[in-house]
Design a protein around this ligand. Structure first.
Ligand code: ADP
Ligand code: MG
Length: 362
């Protein structure tokens, strides 16, 4: 087990990178603490696999240093780093049996037969592979093959870290849920440093203690799932996390707070001051659908909006409203009146955020 640090790490796949745009990973400073359960979350192409392969040593970064427990491993090959890596698609030996596949990483390390037998059995039980231990891997289903691949990643107890790159992509949805829980159990039991790459927020938020959100080659926020939800530091985090994501409205400072086109929202003087300091930036108000209130009756601090659609989603209603030309979502508790064609939106100040050029200001 180890903590893993990046010092000024950047990577370009170009031989002669020029500007920032040639870098798949922009300069990163980051520490994965020993024993942490991390998820790397972001859309396709944002640099997750690149980052993971730099941790494992499959890729040598263009710039910067990688440290394991403070020791510089930048020049070391994957085998010298003592990590386990599980890929998106199964990496197994088709001609070997399932048991032999699971035993392989342990044989490689020269462990004794008894230990190997015990670990293979434990991992097989956990992943529900006991019944196929004697079968050749070639005959397995895609799900089973990926489980064997996962097993090979989890079988060693002495690894510095376990790295998983979208490991459940080929797995059937029902089994996905089960395996995610198993992975969490394995983490709780062995306390390895886990780095789990995914583009799926549900996977990231349920698996990880710390979620590392990536966007366009940069880390935009590292936090507990709750932080990412309550206090997105970057508009991308607000937009990407949540379903639907955070609402954003272009705004400008006015006397009582913030103005949105012709409408003023009373937010208090502090908001005005902050906004006025950054009057030349692209200012946006951000509020989650869970926090935006849609009320039947107008009040001093509500603004009128038109109701476009109401969807009943069982325990809440999803209201789509138009504030001028801007479309907003509000999640309204079942049974609360919202009005008919028109509603009144309330932006609770404690739940409302202000962003300047995409970064959190208030
Ligand atoms: P993710 O895993 O988040 O989908 P990647 O790390 O695979 O993203 O890719 C990040 C960026 O680097 C993308 O723009 C991708 O096209 C580019 N890239 C990835 N691998 C290579 C490669 N071997 N050669 C050139 N460009 C690559
Ligand atoms: Mg990838």
């Amino acid at each position: 087990m180890a903590s893993i640090s990046f010092e000024g790490v950047a990577h370009s796949y170009e031989r002669k990178p020029r500007g920032d745009r040639d870098y798949a990973l922009k300069t990163l400073e980051m520490t994965f603490e020993n024993g942490g359960a991390y998820a790397l979350l972001g859309p396709s192409g944002c640099g997750k696999t690149t980052l993971l392969n730099i941790i494992s040593g499959l890729l040598r970064p263009t710039r910067g240093r990688v440290l394991y427990d403070g020791r510089d491993v930048t020049g070391l090959r994957p085998a010298q780093r003592n990590i386990a890596q599980v890929f998106q698609f199964p990496v197994i030996y088709d001609t070997m049996t399932v048991a032999e596949n699971l035993a392989f990483p342990l044989r490689n390390r020269g462990l004794d037969r008894a230990t190997i037998g015990r670990r293979v059995h434990e991992v097989a039980t956990m992943l529900e592979l006991e019944n196929v231990l004697g079968q050749r891997a070639a005959g397995l289903t895609a799900d089973q093959k990926q489980k064997v691949s996962l097993g090979r990643g989890l079988v060693r107890e002495d690894v510095a870290a376990v790295l998983l790159d979208e490991p459940l992509t080929v797995i059937d949805p029902q089994l996905k849920w089960l395996l995610r829980r198993k992975l969490k159990e394995v983490h709780a039991r062995y306390n390895h440093t886990f780095v789990y790459v995914t583009h799926d927020q549900n996977e990231a938020l349920t698996f990880a203690d710390r979620v590392v959100v990536m966007y366009d080659g940069s880390i935009v926020q590292v936090g507990a799932p709750q932080d990412l939800f309550e206090r997105p530091l970057h508009r991308f985090v607000g937009y990407f996390i949540g379903s639907p994501g955070m609402n954003f409205l272009p705004c400008h400072p006015t006397g009582d707070g913030l103005g949105i086109d012709g409408t003023d929202i009373v937010m208090g003087g502090a908001w005005f001051e902050k906004a006025a300091e950054r009057a030349h930036a692209r200012l946006e108000l951000g509020i989650r659908p869970e926090h935006l209130q849609a009320l039947a009756t107008a009040d001093g601090d509500t603004v009128p909006a038109r109701i476009l659609r109401v969807e009943d989603l069982g325990n809440y209603k999803l209201v789509t409203a138009m504030l001028g030309p801007h479309r907003l979502f509000a999640k309204v508790p079942e049974g609360q009146e919202i009005g008919n064609e028109n509603t009144n939106l309330r932006f609770p100040p404690a739940r409302t955020r202000l962003y300047a050029d995409g970064e959190l200001l208030v």
